[in-house]
Design a protein around this ligand. Sequence first.
Ligand SMILES: [Cu+2]
Length: 433
Amino acid sequence: MKYSKTPWKRLGSIIAILVLLVTSFSSGQPAAAANQSVQKVGIACTTDPTNTFTLNAQSGHILLPDGNTMYMWSYSLDGKAFQYPGPVLCVNEGAVVTVILNNSLPEPVSIMFPGQEDVQADGSDAQPEFDGSNNLGSLTKSAAANNGSVTYQFTASRPGTFIYESGTNPKKQVAMGLTGALIVRPALGAKYAYNRADSQFTPSEEFLVFLSEIDPYQHMAVEQGKDYDISGYHTHYWLLNGRGFPDTIADNFATWLPNQPYGALALIHPYDIVNHPYPALIRYVNVGTEDIPFHPHGNNGLVIGRDGFALEGSGGQDLSFEKFAINIGAGQTWDVLSKWYDAESYDEQINPVPVTIPDVANQTFGMFYSGSPYLGKLGTLPPGVNTLNQCGEYYIISHNHALFQLDAWGMTMAGQITYLRIDPPLPNNCPVP
Ligand SMILES: [Cu+2]
């Protein structure tokens, strides 16, 4: 629809903007808005110096890998575009966190903070809501439909990866997209996952795997104000960070995904005891209804935390364990350290790969292949073959191992898939993301 205004309406808007400007200057310092990191790869944290986050529950649309668009509900940052999933809120252990929920949706909406204790809502203990017939209406205090508001507050008392999500009719509202991740960084420091020295990771290699599902019939029914029978729920889209592959490997804030800001490409460097001694940290979050066996190919992860608890005994003994497919249950979060070793140290001159590389006529070239099997080398590709490889880096698929879920309503290889990108050791010639 073409956007146009009559001149007097435009004059009205100009006056309104001037009034706003004058009032914001005359009332002293305007409140600092929460800041969303603009980094292209890794977790784009939303932080705030006073740990105050204003979230608007609103509707919008996202793009799916089969070309479909989907009507969604989500929590978006005040003054920013609709986004799905909700912003990744990052706070430090001990912070008093304030979340102001403004609801522009046509029914009451709330936020639950599973794993947080003594949550307050508008200054009192957050309590479930019941209707006049004593039926449970919401698991926590809600913001009324059409511009209601509620303020939640809690102390982030322990580090870890947490979910926040609607506690009001969750089978509908969480499925519609009212959900996000909360990261609490330990008192020990931001380069640790928990208050344990052995939870140290490489801060530039911290990634989010946020898993969710969509039944398009549920979303269409909500969009059109029609009834939907939850007993007929059937997932047709499985999303990773709110996107489906191949959008998952695009940068954070990719311009063609204006409402899906979070990419899932995991860009790491080979383990090296001297120059790169700490692993990557992958924070898995499953807000869907099914258990998801997720794994990067050829690599075990070291599970160090679940649901915001470090895996340790009562005396602090290390109970972490290695796992190949990480089975993230519905509603769970898992914290996993991941190292990639250049185990064989293959080198073109000193230690060539122990196979005869077939003639070019007998090879198929993937779009990410460098033309050389050696890390950091760009080989010669035959005429007509284009590559997206930049500096001889490797790409290893990471995906939901339930293969029928790698799907976008019948379009295969389009669901919960991303890549582990391994760049050659630093310093290298790779572009800085
Ligand atoms: Cu696999």
